[in-house]
Design a protein around this ligand. Structure first.
Ligand code: AMP
Ligand code: MG
Length: 501
């Protein structure tokens, strides 16, 4: 029987020869389907509805690639913790093709953990069950939170061990992305390639992700500005849910503005701008509160690759690019403040002065920090306070006077707005707040618990239950109460994340 066909349209492979290496996935001994995202498969119009689990396992292990797949390993470079590595590339991933989804969006389908490629260096090209299921949980949670992200279509266990600090069961993830173009892709061709290749790559990226820039005369500068804008939006969203990416290297910053590469990521519990959980981030380069600054640093690396395209005169190109980069903090702040107002239950369209609202939000965060209050629950209980029920919020704070003073300021701000905007037809403040302040995030201890059960005992039930809960992060369903509870203090005190490579 022939392998099923997927209606691929592989522009990267077709239009960008020289930007990748063709490469076949390794064959795996005993593929078993651990996870399949039927809703996403439907959205992608893969036409696989009739396939049984064995056939899906064969497809998404790489053992039986669908007709029309063109597996390639993409070339990229990148700054890792500030150090330039000119040669990274897909060392354990393969782009197998692109499809057009139901909404007309082009999406990449890629395997991760599918064996060695010409870019593997010393790595084995493999991945383990735990980290791949982790990518499912966190990615699907981010998606449900409304944050742009790559998504997991499938996870297949391979029946093969992978050798890390200990021996782990192997797995392959199928990842869906708007594209896998990264800042590091530009860096690769700026450092090894020709100016013509950088231009070809930029034209491809513009046509695919920023078509509104195509006709503009200064389209490369416009492209840089548009990429920066999407990062400003994205990082503001990360901070508003307490997300720490953990390894914001330039090869992990996606040109289309999606969150990509869920390695050592984590969510904060007690609010702390300096929070770091990654075992390899010894100096806190990628700490929670550093992420906006790092985004700008990464965008500067992108800008460097585009200089020859931006203007013939290098000095002129630098000054134009610098203007875009210098505007980034204000663009970030703009999106952060808009999100903050929504979280505080303030109407977006009315501005009572950015400084007043920024100060109100910052003093709230200072209060959470000083008293080590759980970030997620504090916001959620503030919505209860908006309805007059302050007890749940008060229970989170050891000392009340600071909270009293802050609540009074917040109530005055809300009252002033309500007086000016009565009958605007919006739902009640508490309702609005509960739509933007999640009740559930993927709490680190629950994620670890679910992954340990799956990886050590082959028990997928905790993973599936947690995933189901995380798909409805704004619904306060008593059945999911255990997922809303903060971790025991002892857990967070020693919690560390690892790259999962
Ligand atoms: P990451 O830390 O996942 O962003 O990966 C950084 C680089 O290391 C990329 O070029 C990956 O392809 C490569 N890499 C990570 N894990 C492996 C592995 N097990 N085998 C080969 N290459 C890997
Ligand atoms: Mg990466």
């Amino acid at each position: 029987m022939p392998n099923p066909a997927i209606p691929f349209d592989n522009t990267y492979a077709r239009d960008l020869p020289g930007f990748y290496e063709p490469c076949q996935p390794a064959t795996v001994p005993a593929p078993e389907l651990l996870f399949f995202n039927r809703g996403l498969a439907e959205e992608l119009r893969l036409g696989l509805a009739g396939q049984d689990v064995a056939a899906l396992a064969a497809i998404f292990s790489g053992n039986a690639l669908p007709e029309g797949a063109q597996p390639i390993a993409q070339a990229y470079a990148g700054h890792q913790f500030g150090q330039f590595n000119p040669q990274l590339g897909d060392g354990r991933a393969l782009l197998i093709g692109e499809v057009i989804d139901r909404q007309g969006r082009r999406r990449d389908i890629a395997l991760k953990g599918s064996g060695r490629t010409p870019f593997s260096r010393r790595g084995d090209g493999k991945a383990a069950v735990g980290p791949m299921l982790r990518e499912v949980l966190v990615g699907e949670a981010m998606h449900a939170l409304g944050i742009p992200t790559t998504r997991a279509l499938a996870v297949v266990s391979t029946g093969e061990p992978v050798y890390r600090e200990r021996t782990l069961p192997g797995a392959i993830l199928t990842r869906i992305a708007a594209s896998h173009l990264r800042v590091g892709t530009f860096q690769f061709f700026a450092s090894h390639g020709t100016e013509g290749q950088v231009r070809q790559l930029a034209d491809y990226a513009i046509a695919r992700h920023y078509p509104e820039q195509m006709a503009a005369e200064d389209r490369y500068l416009g492209f840089l500005r548009a990429v920066a804008e999407r990062q400003a939006v994205l990082i503001a969203q990360w901070l508003h849910v307490g997300f720490i990416h953990g390894v914001m290297n330039t090869d992990n910053m996606a040109i289309p503005g999606e969150t990509i590469d869920y390695g050592p990521c984590a969510f904060i519990e007690a609010y702390d701008p300096r929070a770091v959980f990654s075992s390899i981030d010894e100096r806190g380069r990628y700490a929670y509160g550093e992420q906006p600054r790092i985004a700008r640093w990464n965008l500067s690396r992108l800008a460097e690759t585009l200089l020859p395209l931006i203007a013939g005169n290098e000095g002129h190109a630098i000054s134009l690019a610098t203007e875009v980069l210098d505007a980034f903090p204000a663009r970030y702040q703009h999106h952060w403040l808009a999100g903050l107002r929504a979280k505080l239950g303030l109407r977006g369209q009315v501005s009572y002065g950015d400084q007043v609202d920024t100060a109100l939000g910052e003093s709230w965060l200072d209060l959470l920090h000083a008293q080590q209050v759980d970030f997620t629950l504090a916001w959620r209980r503030l919505a209860d306070a908006a309805e007059g029920d302050e007890a749940p919020l008060r229970a989170l704070f050891a000392a009340q006077p600071g909270l009293d003073r802050w609540l009074q300021r917040w109530r005055e701000r809300c009252a002033a707005e309500d007086a000016a905007m009565a009958n605007d037809g919006l739902p009640d403040r508490a309702v609005r707040m509960r739509r933007v302040n999640p009740w559930l995030i993927p709490r680190n201890h629950r994620v670890e618990e679910a992954l340990d059960a799956a990886s050590d005992a082959g028990n997928l039930a905790p993973f599936e239950q947690l995933l189901n809960a995380l798909r409805r992060p704004f619904d306060e369903d008593p059945a999911n109460a255990r997922y809303a509870e903060p971790a025991p203090g002892s857990f967070m005190a020693s919690f560390q994340t690892f790259c999962g490579t």
